[in-house]
Design a protein around this ligand. Sequence first.
Ligand code: AMP
Length: 311
Amino acid sequence: MDILRTVDAMQSYADTARAAGDRIALVPTMGALHEGHLSLVSIAKEQADRVVVSIFVNPTQFGPDEDFDEYPRELKQDAEKLRQQGVDVIFAPTGEEMYPFSTNTQRADPLAWVTVDELDETLCGRYRDGHFRGVTTVVTKLFHACKPHVAIFGQKDAQQLAILRRMTDELLFDIEIVAGPIVREDDGLAMSSRNAYLSPEHRSQATVLFDAVSAAESAILRGEQEATPIVRAMQNELGKSGAADVQYAEVVDADTLTPVETLDPGQNVLAAVAVYFGDTRLIDNALVSVPTGTNHRPEMADDTADVATSR
Ligand code: AMP
């Protein structure tokens, strides 16, 4: 397994692989790898001949008051995990490589940005000004550096996934976007590099996020078609932890991310939450297909539940 540090080296590797007729899969990450990331690597291995994992803590997706400086950086441990998974290349560029024209190399201040309008204005976008612009910009750069045929992203970051799908389609990137299901701890908490910030007390209470999106999913699969009681069910679960400071609990269309008032049969919706425990912000969601009149039966509901929230 190679660890490549420069865009030049990465592009040469990709060119050689492409010339050999090999299909390249990219798994973009910010490191501090857990089973959620590794599940995306497994999907990548099924999808391609060569697997590239990028590890880059991208400054432009962190707000000025967010945790860029504290974000865990564990390249040595990450490399060992990826070696065991049979990854071909780690692309771990410096800030200077990714933002060569920035005068502020710590936080980056590029002139060229990639943005996806509207989809970045709901859910997390409403509270994390500029976050998705940072994501779409860095993913575009990673695509140009790694030249993948396919890129794998987690359903855990559902808004990011929807935005990147839209970016890829609208800007004609010849890259297939594949989503991996949310990987969870045994008690249901979605795996996240930020879970490490939680105190033991907050960690045990953080299961309310999964309880909330599960309650929403159950309500939808039982046939609830109005968003208000679904949101109330989520807030009710989140309220069971005294420490949870809820930023949002919403039901939105899974593709457009616009709020839904009345759910349409067959529509894919996201029940999504963002919650602070102390200074730590956690997100979770359930992707649910609204039952149609004909498949609204308990056994169908259970099948859909497995797909929507694999644990
Ligand atoms: P990050 O390192 O947080 O930027 O995440 C890198 C990729 O891993 C993104 O596509 C995330 O959506 C995905 N990811 C993070 N946590 C999970 C999880 N618990 N299950 C599945 N994918 C995840």
